[in-house]
Design a protein around this ligand. Sequence first.
Ligand code: GDP
Length: 436
Amino acid sequence: MFDTLSDRLTAALQTLTRKGKLSDADIDATAREIRIALLEADVALGVVKTFIAKIKERAKGAEVSQALNPAQQVIKIVNEELVGILGGETRRLNLAKTPPTVIMLAGLQGAGKTTLAGKLALWLKKQGHTPMLVACDLQRPNAVTQLQVVGERAGVVTFAPEPGNGVGDPVDVARRAIAEAKHAQHDVVVVDTAGRLGVDEELMKQAADIRDAVEPDEVLFVVDAMIGQDAVTTAQAFQDGVGFSGVVLTKLDGDARGGAALSVREVTGQPILFASNGEKLEDFDTFHPDRMASRILGMGDVLTLIEQAEQAFDQKQAEKAAEKLSSGQLTLEDFLEQMLAVRKMGPIGNLLGMLPGAGQMKDQLAQVDDKHLDKLQAIIRGMTPAEREDPKMINGSRRLRIANGSGVTVREVNDLVNRFFEARKMMAQMAGRFGF
Ligand code: GDP
């Protein structure tokens, strides 16, 4: 997925790196290349137009940055705008205040709903939830059995109509399932619904009836990323017919052009919550717009460098960090930023180097190797902004969620949090002792 788009975007942007100064004509030429790359990747025309207009406007009006050369500035803008059309911030699943949380899946047949139900169940279970699957796809032969099979693989309960009791009436099944979930104390219910090969009114009506019966906290529109432009029309039809609160992209492991991923959010205004990238239940994760954008740009390292160059130049930020450091208010976000900066630029090393007796700690910081740093970064990125701001709130269940979300063990999360508290205390003490 995205290989061609990545190659073309990289090529378009790389021609800029050889130029010392960019004229408006350079920017126009690059914008044209980007436009072609996006259209070839099947991104919806309207989305491409808006995107290109923003890139041009921002690139031409870009402030002179001391930290970045012109090409880097354009790459940064393209990256930020890509993150923007992919939804900006990572959107987490809404959980109901009073369980059970009801999640309803909707989408065309073959989109990957049933598989997703299993993936979601396993993912939720790993986070300590007790999900129950509900088989409301009573149209397709074998759909109920298929859901039961994925349910078993995920190790969760599946609610299905018993023969002769409610067979053929998905609304009734959905209602009884919710009552059963309350009774058996399942805290999340995932309702699988019927899909058709194409959008039709009966399908929409049935989905809307189920929606009204179960009052879901989330309606997830499941869409096969390989269907290209059709993804946009289908999404619009489902939004009009049923309405949804989030999107799940499936089959991102395919070698299609990926335009759906880039269009659906922008066209429907609803965020992408999850991405599925394989047939196994584990091939599934929270969708992170920033990570996806770097993947599409294929310039992870360049982007990191750009970020760090800017950080190193940001005098105000450095002063703010020093202030927070001395008052013991350093957050995990600051911690991560400083560690990243240390790797390439060394601001905290310089900062500490000014203090007598700080040498040992400077060495410690300098020893952090890249792999380790990537892991720490993944853990911190797996936290919510509130958790980064106030790591004290990271209790047992949050640790488990962070560990699952960032692919590490709970112990590694514990280590990071504990080390952060120690470091913060030590830094505050040192800063106090040396009056900085
Ligand atoms: P439903 O009709 O919407 O319930 O779709 P299914 O869950 O039955 O999925 C249709 C087909 O797509 C099945 O063969 C799945 O194994 C396959 N599938 C689902 N998700 C993915 C994915 O992320 N990647 C790949 N490669 N195949 C998937």
